[in-house]
Design a protein around this ligand. Sequence first.
Ligand code: NAD
Ligand code: FES
Length: 272
Amino acid sequence: MYEVLSNDTLAPNLHRMVVRAPRIAPARKAGQFVIVRCEAGDERIPLTIGDADPAAGTITLFIQAIGASTKKIVAVPPGGFLRDVAGPLGMATEIERWGRVACIGGGVGTAVLFPMARALAEEGNEVTTIIGGRAEPYIILADELAAFSKEVRVTTEDGSLGRKGFVTAELKEMLDDPERAPQAVFAVGPVPMMRAVAEMTRPYGVKTIVSLNPIMIDGTGMCGGCRVVVDGEARFACVDGPEFDGHAVDFASLTDRLTMYRDHEEQCRLAV
Ligand code: NAD
Ligand code: FES
């Protein structure tokens, strides 16, 4: 059993939970995730490890409460327990010294981006962070990212904070400016955003890493649920990823697979 130490609301439907997990906290690396079950028999939910405190034996999880299972997880109060937290799983982010990097977070994806961006900065990269959301309340972790970023650019679709529009508008300006052009781009967010980022950087030949979030079941490479097509070959996001070369990902098949259980998910949501 894993004790929930704190549970606060970061943005509409987005919770930040600190969980006691003394064996995972010292072992996890940026980019890795855990699979959480609220109670025995529940759906298994993959969640990126947003942060960890090895001395305190705690990990931080960011949970978007959109379906029946994620709503059940975020309803656990401080002092309550999660039945299973399995991990750390997945490959860690490949941290290299690229020079100048752009780290792009779309909505909730910003929480997944955070440990990657910090690890890149700690390696000596000059990190420009671009974060976008529908409106101001959906912009998260701006101060935390500013602590190690050279600059944080914000976009909102309604113009309530930062530049009005999508994150890609800021990226395009960077790519076109020889003084700011990145040597590598890391993008995490909704699939259409990661696809748009990869298409934008392709003609510039800038290495682009995306973090994929297909449906996962076991998280250990056994079930095939998280299959994605990369460079024309089937790869498992849970053991080969979740990060992949954005220029090699088949985003169309990923989109199809993500919508496979939409009706079932809707039935479960209505039943809660
Ligand atoms: P959202 O739909 O509100 O989009 C957030 C921002 O992403 C937008 O404001 C915009 O700046 C950018 N964006 C979206 N579509 C774009 C496009 N076509 N072109 C360019 N930029 C675009 O995001 P949300 O509701 O917070 O995110 C929810 C989605 O993110 C879910 O689908 C969820 O599964 C996914 N998600 C992905 C990961 C991951 O690891 N890749 C992690 C968490 C959540
Ligand atoms: Fe089962 Fe990846 S979640 S193979």
